[in-house]
Design a protein around this ligand. Structure first.
Ligand code: 5MY
Ligand code: ADP
Length: 292
């Protein structure tokens, strides 16, 4: 039985008759193959990833498992359509906290059409992509049974400035993300730190990007995922995964500076939280009336 995913935080969504991903009960995530270059690019990427023995196993684990393609009933009622069959990264989660961070100061590439470049450039300038080398595309952070998730609206996230991004990265690992103006970062050590923590995983990915010249990942996201209950009990099991390969190009022997730069910047922000878990953001210093 196919259904709309419960914990999708960004991207095209299968709501209101729109085309978007679906999930089943057996742990698969069905992403519609977009019927333009984006679909063929993403399929080509997953296919070459499966066959390319230059990609080390400890890097492969950062990508969802790819099970091929399948014709399934599309969410927008257009009948059987080809979908990528991917590992559902949320299938072993109950109340996952998830953040989608789109990496790179530049989400466009020179070969794209002028109209597409202008559209991307506008978004890159209006968000933190250009200034920080990454932007938050979507997020949810679980607070409690009573209050549920902190899940800001897409419009609000699109308006995040540098301080908002800092605050969101802190709230993401706080016990009280909904209500707090001053996040306690109580889960920062468990989620971000440690040998299996998010920082260590980002560092491992960075090491690969310092060398790999196989692919250039434009507009690709790092997903950060953890389960609060496990984290509160001291079992981190935080994961990072890469998603969205609709704009991956061949690297042609050149380092992906755009992705690498964004990754370094994200690492710096995460490390800064670990070094200063109680640091106030600029907003915290403002009177209540000026915080909005
Ligand atoms: O169509 P839009 O304007 O909603 O843009 C999509 C993005 O939405 P947003 O930047 O949040 O507005 C959307 O971004 P998110 O995944 O929501 O961060 C994707 O980048 C999507 O790209 P593609 O399907 O990978 O090509 C983007 O689609 P394209 O720009 O490729 O059409
Ligand atoms: N394999 C997956 N398993 C579970 N959720 C996923 C998976 N891939 C993507 N998602 C969810 O869908 C969102 C959008 O994915 P993405 O591939 O970027 O789609 P789009 O191309 O529409 O932007 C992600 O932010 C995440 O919440």
């Amino acid at each position: 039985m196919l259904k709309v995913p419960d914990h999708q935080v960004a991207g095209h969504q299968a709501r209101d008759g729109m085309l978007g991903p679906l999930v089943d009960d057996s742990g698969c995530f069905y992403k519609p193959l977009q019927d333009d270059e984006r679909g063929s690019t993403e399929l080509a990427f997953y296919t070459s990833l499966s066959h390319d023995n230059r990609i080390p196993n400890d890097i492969r684990q950062f990508f969802p498992i790819f099970y091929g393609t399948q014709l399934i009933e599309a969410s927008n009622g257009t009948g059987l359509q080809p979908h990528l069959v991917l590992q559902n990264l949320m299938s072993n989660h109950d109340k996952p906290s998830v953040m989608d961070v789109k990496i790179g100061s530049r989400t466009w590439y020179p070969q794209a059409s002028e109209a597409y470049i202008q559209k991307c450039l506008k978004k890159d300038k209006e968000t933190t992509s250009l200034t920080l080398g990454f932007r938050i595309s979507g997020l949810q952070a679980y607070e409690s049974e009573e209050s549920g998730f902190w899940k800001p609206k897409k419009k609000q996230i699109q308006g995040f400035n540098v301080e908002d991004v800092k605050l969101a990265l802190r709230k993401f690992v706080s016990s009280n993300p909904i209500s707090c103006e001053e996040p306690d970062c109580s889960l920062a050590a468990t989620i971000y730190d440690g040998t299996d923590g998010i920082l260590a995983q980002l560092e491992k990915l960075k090491e690969w990007f310092e060398d790999q010249t196989i692919f250039h990942f434009y507009s690709c996201s790092v997903l950060m995922i953890y389960e609060k209950e496990a984290a509160t009990a001291g079992r981190s099991a935080a994961q990072i995964k890469l998603v969205d390969f609709a704009h991956v190009l061949r690297g042609e022997g050149v380092i992906d500076h755009n992705f690498l730069g964004g990754l370094c910047s994200l690492i710096k922000f995460v490390r800064n939280i670990l070094n200063n878990p109680r640091e106030c953001t600029a907003k915290d210093g403002l009177p209540e009336s000026e915080k909005k």
